[in-house]
Design a protein around this ligand. Structure first.
Ligand SMILES: *Cc1c(COP(=O)(O)O)cnc(C)c1O
Length: 407
Protein backbone atom coordinates (compact mmCIF):
# COMPACT_ATOMS: atom_id res chain seq x y z
CA UNK A 1 0.00 0.00 0.00
CA UNK A 2 1.29 3.45 -0.91
CA UNK A 3 2.18 5.74 1.96
CA UNK A 4 1.34 9.40 1.65
CA UNK A 5 4.48 11.33 2.47
CA UNK A 6 3.23 14.85 1.84
CA UNK A 7 0.01 16.75 2.44
CA UNK A 8 -1.97 16.91 -0.75
CA UNK A 9 -3.55 20.29 -1.54
CA UNK A 10 -6.85 20.16 -3.37
CA UNK A 11 -6.16 21.20 -6.99
CA UNK A 12 -9.88 21.95 -7.44
CA UNK A 13 -10.13 24.47 -4.59
CA UNK A 14 -10.64 27.28 -7.14
CA UNK A 15 -14.04 25.76 -7.91
CA UNK A 16 -15.09 26.21 -4.30
CA UNK A 17 -13.93 29.84 -4.53
CA UNK A 18 -16.10 30.38 -7.58
CA UNK A 19 -19.12 28.80 -5.88
CA UNK A 20 -18.50 31.16 -2.98
CA UNK A 21 -18.64 34.10 -5.42
CA UNK A 22 -21.98 32.86 -6.76
CA UNK A 23 -23.31 32.73 -3.19
CA UNK A 24 -22.21 36.34 -2.63
CA UNK A 25 -23.93 37.38 -5.85
CA UNK A 26 -27.14 35.64 -4.82
CA UNK A 27 -27.28 33.45 -7.92
CA UNK A 28 -26.18 30.18 -6.34
CA UNK A 29 -28.90 27.52 -6.44
CA UNK A 30 -29.62 24.06 -5.15
CA UNK A 31 -31.36 21.46 -7.29
CA UNK A 32 -35.04 21.07 -6.46
CA UNK A 33 -35.94 17.40 -6.26
CA UNK A 34 -39.24 16.12 -7.67
CA UNK A 35 -40.74 13.38 -5.54
CA UNK A 36 -43.65 12.33 -7.72
CA UNK A 37 -44.65 12.66 -11.39
CA UNK A 38 -43.81 15.59 -13.65
CA UNK A 39 -47.32 17.10 -13.50
CA UNK A 40 -49.02 20.53 -13.20
CA UNK A 41 -49.33 19.99 -9.47
CA UNK A 42 -46.55 18.00 -7.86
CA UNK A 43 -44.14 17.71 -4.94
CA UNK A 44 -40.65 19.23 -4.96
CA UNK A 45 -38.53 18.89 -1.79
CA UNK A 46 -41.57 17.78 0.21
CA UNK A 47 -43.63 20.82 -0.83
CA UNK A 48 -46.84 20.63 -2.88
CA UNK A 49 -46.63 23.23 -5.67
CA UNK A 50 -48.30 24.42 -8.84
CA UNK A 51 -45.62 23.68 -11.40
CA UNK A 52 -44.94 26.54 -13.84
CA UNK A 53 -41.43 25.39 -14.69
CA UNK A 54 -41.66 22.30 -16.84
CA UNK A 55 -41.53 21.91 -20.64
CA UNK A 56 -44.19 19.21 -20.44
CA UNK A 57 -46.46 21.33 -22.69
CA UNK A 58 -49.06 18.69 -23.44
CA UNK A 59 -48.96 16.63 -20.27
CA UNK A 60 -47.47 13.68 -22.17
CA UNK A 61 -44.96 12.71 -19.45
CA UNK A 62 -47.78 10.83 -17.73
CA UNK A 63 -50.04 9.95 -20.67
CA UNK A 64 -51.42 6.40 -20.23
CA UNK A 65 -50.70 5.44 -23.86
CA UNK A 66 -47.07 6.52 -23.57
CA UNK A 67 -46.63 4.67 -20.29
CA UNK A 68 -48.13 1.52 -21.79
CA UNK A 69 -45.90 1.78 -24.88
CA UNK A 70 -42.77 2.09 -22.72
CA UNK A 71 -43.71 -0.89 -20.57
CA UNK A 72 -44.59 -3.09 -23.53
CA UNK A 73 -41.34 -2.26 -25.34
CA UNK A 74 -39.38 -3.06 -22.19
CA UNK A 75 -41.10 -6.42 -21.88
CA UNK A 76 -40.50 -7.24 -25.55
CA UNK A 77 -37.04 -5.80 -26.15
CA UNK A 78 -35.39 -5.27 -22.76
CA UNK A 79 -34.03 -2.10 -21.23
CA UNK A 80 -31.06 -1.12 -23.39
CA UNK A 81 -29.89 -1.06 -27.01
CA UNK A 82 -26.42 -2.34 -26.20
CA UNK A 83 -24.38 -0.31 -28.68
CA UNK A 84 -24.11 2.83 -30.76
CA UNK A 85 -26.34 2.94 -33.82
CA UNK A 86 -23.49 2.23 -36.29
CA UNK A 87 -22.23 -0.89 -34.48
CA UNK A 88 -25.16 -3.02 -33.27
CA UNK A 89 -27.47 -0.54 -31.60
CA UNK A 90 -29.98 0.14 -34.39
CA UNK A 91 -33.22 -1.59 -33.41
CA UNK A 92 -36.27 -1.85 -35.61
CA UNK A 93 -38.10 0.45 -33.23
CA UNK A 94 -35.50 3.23 -33.82
CA UNK A 95 -36.16 3.01 -37.56
CA UNK A 96 -39.93 3.06 -36.97
CA UNK A 97 -39.63 6.21 -34.89
CA UNK A 98 -37.53 7.95 -37.55
CA UNK A 99 -39.99 7.03 -40.29
CA UNK A 100 -42.83 8.28 -38.13
CA UNK A 101 -41.11 11.64 -37.54
CA UNK A 102 -40.27 12.08 -41.24
CA UNK A 103 -43.91 11.46 -42.23
CA UNK A 104 -45.17 13.78 -39.50
CA UNK A 105 -42.80 16.56 -40.56
CA UNK A 106 -43.44 16.04 -44.26
CA UNK A 107 -39.76 15.48 -45.12
CA UNK A 108 -37.77 12.73 -46.81
CA UNK A 109 -35.95 11.42 -43.78
CA UNK A 110 -35.11 11.94 -40.14
CA UNK A 111 -32.47 10.76 -37.69
CA UNK A 112 -32.80 10.60 -33.92
CA UNK A 113 -30.05 11.69 -31.53
CA UNK A 114 -29.78 11.10 -27.77
CA UNK A 115 -30.98 14.64 -27.04
CA UNK A 116 -31.88 17.89 -28.75
CA UNK A 117 -28.52 19.16 -27.54
CA UNK A 118 -26.70 16.32 -29.30
CA UNK A 119 -28.82 16.80 -32.46
CA UNK A 120 -27.82 20.48 -32.75
CA UNK A 121 -24.18 20.24 -31.75
CA UNK A 122 -23.66 17.02 -33.73
CA UNK A 123 -25.29 18.36 -36.88
CA UNK A 124 -23.82 21.87 -37.04
CA UNK A 125 -20.33 20.53 -36.36
CA UNK A 126 -20.72 17.82 -39.04
CA UNK A 127 -22.12 19.83 -41.94
CA UNK A 128 -19.65 22.74 -41.73
CA UNK A 129 -15.88 23.08 -41.55
CA UNK A 130 -13.23 25.69 -40.88
CA UNK A 131 -13.64 27.55 -44.19
CA UNK A 132 -17.40 28.02 -43.71
CA UNK A 133 -19.61 30.68 -42.08
CA UNK A 134 -22.42 30.43 -39.54
CA UNK A 135 -24.86 33.34 -39.36
CA UNK A 136 -26.61 32.93 -36.02
CA UNK A 137 -29.23 34.81 -33.96
CA UNK A 138 -27.66 36.16 -30.76
CA UNK A 139 -30.22 34.31 -28.61
CA UNK A 140 -29.81 30.89 -30.24
CA UNK A 141 -29.61 27.91 -27.92
CA UNK A 142 -26.29 26.88 -26.29
CA UNK A 143 -26.23 23.61 -28.26
CA UNK A 144 -26.13 25.58 -31.54
CA UNK A 145 -23.31 27.74 -30.20
CA UNK A 146 -21.34 24.67 -29.11
CA UNK A 147 -21.90 23.00 -32.49
CA UNK A 148 -20.75 26.16 -34.24
CA UNK A 149 -17.58 26.26 -32.13
CA UNK A 150 -16.85 22.57 -32.75
CA UNK A 151 -17.22 23.07 -36.51
CA UNK A 152 -14.40 25.68 -36.44
CA UNK A 153 -16.43 27.73 -38.94
CA UNK A 154 -16.45 31.52 -38.57
CA UNK A 155 -19.42 32.62 -36.47
CA UNK A 156 -21.26 35.84 -37.39
CA UNK A 157 -23.90 36.76 -34.84
CA UNK A 158 -26.89 38.92 -35.78
CA UNK A 159 -29.01 40.95 -33.36
CA UNK A 160 -32.03 39.06 -32.06
CA UNK A 161 -34.61 38.61 -34.86
CA UNK A 162 -32.98 41.45 -36.80
CA UNK A 163 -33.36 40.37 -40.45
CA UNK A 164 -31.56 43.44 -41.82
CA UNK A 165 -28.57 42.68 -39.60
CA UNK A 166 -28.64 39.03 -40.69
CA UNK A 167 -28.52 40.25 -44.30
CA UNK A 168 -25.57 42.54 -43.53
CA UNK A 169 -23.71 39.57 -42.09
CA UNK A 170 -24.53 37.39 -45.11
CA UNK A 171 -23.50 40.17 -47.48
CA UNK A 172 -20.18 40.63 -45.70
CA UNK A 173 -19.14 37.08 -46.62
CA UNK A 174 -21.05 36.69 -49.89
CA UNK A 175 -17.83 36.75 -51.95
CA UNK A 176 -16.03 34.22 -49.75
CA UNK A 177 -15.86 30.68 -51.10
CA UNK A 178 -17.01 28.97 -47.86
CA UNK A 179 -20.53 27.64 -47.30
CA UNK A 180 -22.99 29.71 -45.32
CA UNK A 181 -25.45 28.41 -42.73
CA UNK A 182 -28.26 30.70 -41.55
CA UNK A 183 -29.54 29.35 -38.25
CA UNK A 184 -32.25 30.30 -35.78
CA UNK A 185 -34.32 28.88 -32.96
CA UNK A 186 -37.97 28.58 -34.08
CA UNK A 187 -39.21 29.66 -30.64
CA UNK A 188 -36.70 31.31 -28.29
CA UNK A 189 -36.57 29.52 -24.98
CA UNK A 190 -36.06 32.47 -22.64
CA UNK A 191 -38.42 35.08 -24.16
CA UNK A 192 -41.00 32.87 -25.86
CA UNK A 193 -40.90 34.85 -29.10
CA UNK A 194 -41.00 33.35 -32.59
CA UNK A 195 -38.29 33.70 -35.26
CA UNK A 196 -39.08 35.75 -38.42
CA UNK A 197 -38.86 32.58 -40.46
CA UNK A 198 -40.34 33.69 -43.82
CA UNK A 199 -37.91 36.61 -44.07
CA UNK A 200 -34.97 34.45 -43.01
CA UNK A 201 -35.89 31.81 -45.63
CA UNK A 202 -35.94 34.57 -48.27
CA UNK A 203 -32.47 35.65 -47.17
CA UNK A 204 -31.12 32.10 -47.22
CA UNK A 205 -32.36 31.70 -50.79
CA UNK A 206 -31.04 35.08 -51.89
CA UNK A 207 -27.54 34.35 -50.52
CA UNK A 208 -27.61 30.58 -51.27
CA UNK A 209 -27.17 29.75 -47.60
CA UNK A 210 -28.24 26.54 -45.89
CA UNK A 211 -31.34 27.27 -43.75
CA UNK A 212 -31.53 25.54 -40.36
CA UNK A 213 -34.20 25.87 -37.65
CA UNK A 214 -34.11 24.51 -34.10
CA UNK A 215 -37.76 23.90 -33.23
CA UNK A 216 -37.30 22.48 -29.72
CA UNK A 217 -39.95 24.71 -28.12
CA UNK A 218 -42.22 24.74 -31.18
CA UNK A 219 -42.62 20.99 -31.64
CA UNK A 220 -46.00 19.97 -30.25
CA UNK A 221 -46.87 23.64 -29.71
CA UNK A 222 -47.07 25.51 -33.04
CA UNK A 223 -48.38 24.46 -36.47
CA UNK A 224 -50.94 21.82 -37.40
CA UNK A 225 -50.93 19.08 -34.72
CA UNK A 226 -47.73 20.64 -33.35
CA UNK A 227 -45.65 20.32 -36.52
CA UNK A 228 -43.63 23.40 -35.54
CA UNK A 229 -42.73 26.82 -36.93
CA UNK A 230 -42.12 25.55 -40.47
CA UNK A 231 -45.75 24.48 -40.66
CA UNK A 232 -46.94 27.54 -38.71
CA UNK A 233 -45.47 29.82 -41.40
CA UNK A 234 -46.10 27.50 -44.37
CA UNK A 235 -42.36 27.17 -45.04
CA UNK A 236 -42.39 23.49 -46.08
CA UNK A 237 -39.56 22.75 -48.51
CA UNK A 238 -37.67 25.97 -47.67
CA UNK A 239 -35.80 24.83 -44.55
CA UNK A 240 -32.92 22.47 -45.27
CA UNK A 241 -32.33 21.24 -41.73
CA UNK A 242 -35.02 21.05 -39.06
CA UNK A 243 -34.15 20.06 -35.52
CA UNK A 244 -36.70 19.07 -32.91
CA UNK A 245 -36.66 17.61 -29.44
CA UNK A 246 -38.40 14.59 -27.97
CA UNK A 247 -37.72 15.90 -24.46
CA UNK A 248 -40.23 18.75 -24.20
CA UNK A 249 -43.80 18.48 -25.56
CA UNK A 250 -43.15 14.88 -26.65
CA UNK A 251 -42.58 14.10 -22.98
CA UNK A 252 -39.65 11.67 -23.13
CA UNK A 253 -36.03 12.20 -24.24
CA UNK A 254 -34.12 12.75 -27.45
CA UNK A 255 -33.66 15.02 -30.43
CA UNK A 256 -34.07 14.61 -34.17
CA UNK A 257 -32.90 16.10 -37.44
CA UNK A 258 -35.17 16.24 -40.49
CA UNK A 259 -34.20 16.85 -44.10
CA UNK A 260 -33.20 14.99 -47.22
CA UNK A 261 -32.26 11.29 -47.23
CA UNK A 262 -28.67 12.33 -48.05
CA UNK A 263 -28.47 14.72 -45.09
CA UNK A 264 -29.57 11.88 -42.81
CA UNK A 265 -27.16 9.36 -44.41
CA UNK A 266 -24.35 11.88 -44.08
CA UNK A 267 -25.13 12.28 -40.36
CA UNK A 268 -25.01 8.47 -39.97
CA UNK A 269 -21.38 8.77 -41.15
CA UNK A 270 -20.28 12.05 -39.59
CA UNK A 271 -22.61 13.01 -36.70
CA UNK A 272 -20.32 12.39 -33.75
CA UNK A 273 -22.98 11.83 -31.03
CA UNK A 274 -24.67 9.38 -33.44
CA UNK A 275 -21.40 7.53 -34.03
CA UNK A 276 -19.94 7.59 -30.55
CA UNK A 277 -22.82 7.47 -28.05
CA UNK A 278 -25.25 4.62 -27.43
CA UNK A 279 -28.76 4.81 -28.88
CA UNK A 280 -32.02 5.12 -26.96
CA UNK A 281 -33.44 2.25 -24.93
CA UNK A 282 -36.38 0.68 -26.79
CA UNK A 283 -38.80 2.04 -24.17
CA UNK A 284 -37.93 5.63 -25.10
CA UNK A 285 -38.32 4.99 -28.84
CA UNK A 286 -41.70 3.33 -28.23
CA UNK A 287 -42.81 6.21 -26.00
CA UNK A 288 -41.98 8.74 -28.71
CA UNK A 289 -43.84 6.76 -31.41
CA UNK A 290 -46.91 6.77 -29.14
CA UNK A 291 -46.47 10.51 -28.53
CA UNK A 292 -46.63 11.35 -32.25
CA UNK A 293 -49.82 9.27 -32.46
CA UNK A 294 -51.28 11.31 -29.60
CA UNK A 295 -50.37 14.56 -31.41
CA UNK A 296 -52.44 13.42 -34.40
CA UNK A 297 -55.34 11.92 -32.44
CA UNK A 298 -55.73 14.41 -29.58
CA UNK A 299 -55.39 17.89 -31.11
CA UNK A 300 -57.59 19.18 -28.26
CA UNK A 301 -54.49 19.07 -26.04
CA UNK A 302 -52.85 21.77 -28.14
CA UNK A 303 -56.07 23.81 -28.06
CA UNK A 304 -56.13 23.64 -24.26
CA UNK A 305 -52.46 24.63 -24.12
CA UNK A 306 -53.24 27.81 -26.06
CA UNK A 307 -56.39 28.56 -24.04
CA UNK A 308 -54.37 28.34 -20.83
CA UNK A 309 -51.61 30.43 -22.39
CA UNK A 310 -53.97 33.26 -23.38
CA UNK A 311 -55.63 33.30 -19.97
CA UNK A 312 -52.42 33.21 -17.95
CA UNK A 313 -50.56 35.85 -20.01
CA UNK A 314 -53.51 38.18 -19.83
CA UNK A 315 -53.83 37.84 -16.06
CA UNK A 316 -50.07 38.33 -15.52
CA UNK A 317 -50.27 41.56 -17.51
CA UNK A 318 -53.29 42.67 -15.43
CA UNK A 319 -51.28 42.11 -12.26
CA UNK A 320 -48.78 44.67 -13.58
CA UNK A 321 -45.79 42.43 -14.24
CA UNK A 322 -43.24 43.20 -16.93
CA UNK A 323 -43.69 40.11 -19.09
CA UNK A 324 -41.03 41.15 -21.59
CA UNK A 325 -42.44 44.53 -22.62
CA UNK A 326 -45.60 45.99 -21.06
CA UNK A 327 -47.71 47.16 -24.00
CA UNK A 328 -46.64 44.52 -26.54
CA UNK A 329 -45.00 41.61 -24.75
CA UNK A 330 -42.41 39.81 -26.83
CA UNK A 331 -43.66 36.34 -25.97
CA UNK A 332 -46.09 34.77 -28.45
CA UNK A 333 -46.02 31.26 -27.01
CA UNK A 334 -46.70 29.36 -23.75
CA UNK A 335 -43.34 30.61 -22.40
CA UNK A 336 -43.90 33.84 -20.45
CA UNK A 337 -41.01 35.48 -18.60
CA UNK A 338 -41.53 37.85 -15.66
CA UNK A 339 -38.60 40.25 -15.82
CA UNK A 340 -37.09 41.43 -12.53
CA UNK A 341 -33.83 42.91 -13.85
CA UNK A 342 -31.42 41.93 -11.09
CA UNK A 343 -30.35 38.29 -10.77
CA UNK A 344 -30.57 38.39 -6.98
CA UNK A 345 -34.19 39.58 -7.10
CA UNK A 346 -35.17 36.87 -9.61
CA UNK A 347 -33.74 34.20 -7.33
CA UNK A 348 -35.43 35.66 -4.26
CA UNK A 349 -38.74 35.91 -6.14
CA UNK A 350 -38.46 32.26 -7.13
CA UNK A 351 -37.65 31.16 -3.55
CA UNK A 352 -40.53 33.15 -2.04
CA UNK A 353 -42.97 31.81 -4.63
CA UNK A 354 -41.88 28.29 -3.81
CA UNK A 355 -42.55 28.82 -0.10
CA UNK A 356 -46.11 29.76 -1.01
CA UNK A 357 -46.64 26.84 -3.37
CA UNK A 358 -45.57 27.98 -6.84
CA UNK A 359 -42.66 26.52 -8.75
CA UNK A 360 -41.17 29.02 -11.24
CA UNK A 361 -37.45 28.97 -11.91
CA UNK A 362 -35.28 32.06 -11.51
CA UNK A 363 -32.98 32.59 -14.49
CA UNK A 364 -29.99 34.94 -14.40
CA UNK A 365 -26.73 35.63 -16.23
CA UNK A 366 -25.20 33.80 -18.15
CA UNK A 367 -28.41 32.08 -19.32
CA UNK A 368 -29.93 35.51 -20.03
CA UNK A 369 -28.07 38.85 -20.44
CA UNK A 370 -26.97 40.80 -17.34
CA UNK A 371 -29.86 43.06 -16.16
CA UNK A 372 -32.52 40.84 -17.81
CA UNK A 373 -32.93 38.31 -15.01
CA UNK A 374 -36.38 36.81 -14.70
CA UNK A 375 -38.51 34.01 -13.58
CA UNK A 376 -39.81 31.97 -16.47
CA UNK A 377 -43.30 30.50 -16.53
CA UNK A 378 -44.48 27.80 -18.92
CA UNK A 379 -48.09 26.79 -19.45
CA UNK A 380 -49.29 23.28 -20.10
CA UNK A 381 -52.47 21.84 -21.54
CA UNK A 382 -53.16 20.05 -18.27
CA UNK A 383 -53.13 22.95 -15.80
CA UNK A 384 -56.66 23.44 -14.47
CA UNK A 385 -58.19 26.92 -14.14
CA UNK A 386 -58.10 26.48 -10.33
CA UNK A 387 -54.37 25.76 -10.43
CA UNK A 388 -53.75 28.81 -12.58
CA UNK A 389 -55.82 31.07 -10.33
CA UNK A 390 -54.02 29.77 -7.27
CA UNK A 391 -50.66 30.47 -8.93
CA UNK A 392 -51.76 33.96 -10.03
CA UNK A 393 -52.89 34.80 -6.50
CA UNK A 394 -49.48 33.82 -5.09
CA UNK A 395 -47.61 35.63 -7.89
CA UNK A 396 -49.57 38.83 -7.22
CA UNK A 397 -49.03 38.74 -3.44
CA UNK A 398 -45.32 37.89 -3.56
CA UNK A 399 -44.74 40.32 -6.44
CA UNK A 400 -46.16 43.17 -4.35
CA UNK A 401 -44.28 42.15 -1.21
CA UNK A 402 -40.95 42.22 -3.08
CA UNK A 403 -41.80 45.47 -4.88
CA UNK A 404 -41.76 43.82 -8.33
CA UNK A 405 -45.23 45.21 -8.98
CA UNK A 406 -46.69 48.29 -7.31
CA UNK A 407 -49.37 47.81 -4.67
C1 LIG B 1 -34.25 22.41 -24.81
C2 LIG B 1 -33.63 22.89 -26.05
C3 LIG B 1 -32.69 22.11 -26.72
C4 LIG B 1 -32.16 20.83 -26.15
O1 LIG B 1 -33.08 19.79 -26.19
P1 LIG B 1 -32.88 18.54 -25.24
O2 LIG B 1 -33.66 17.47 -25.90
O3 LIG B 1 -33.37 18.91 -23.88
O4 LIG B 1 -31.40 18.24 -25.21
C5 LIG B 1 -32.20 22.58 -27.93
N1 LIG B 1 -32.62 23.76 -28.44
C6 LIG B 1 -33.51 24.54 -27.81
C7 LIG B 1 -33.94 25.83 -28.42
C8 LIG B 1 -34.04 24.13 -26.59
O5 LIG B 1 -34.90 24.92 -25.96
Amino acid sequence: MATITHTRTNPLSYLSDQLHDLKNKGTYFRLRVLEDEQAPECTFDGKRVVNLASNNYLGLTTHPKLRAAALEATRKYGVGSGAVRTIAGTMKIHMELEEKIARFKNVEASVVFQSGFAANSGTVSAVLGKDDFIISDELNHASIIDGARLSKAKILVFRHKDVAHAEEQLKSVANQPGRKLLITDGVFSMDGDIAPLPALCDLAEKYRAIMMVDDAHASGVLGKNGRGTIDHFGMHGRVDIQVGTLSKAIGALGGYVCGTRDLVEFLYHRGRPFLFSTSHPPSVAATCIAAFEVLEREPERIERLWENTRYFKNELGNLGFDIGGRSTPKSETPITPIITGEGRLAMEFSRELFKEGVMATGIAFPTVPEGKARIRTIMSATHTREELDQALDVLGRVGKRLGIVST
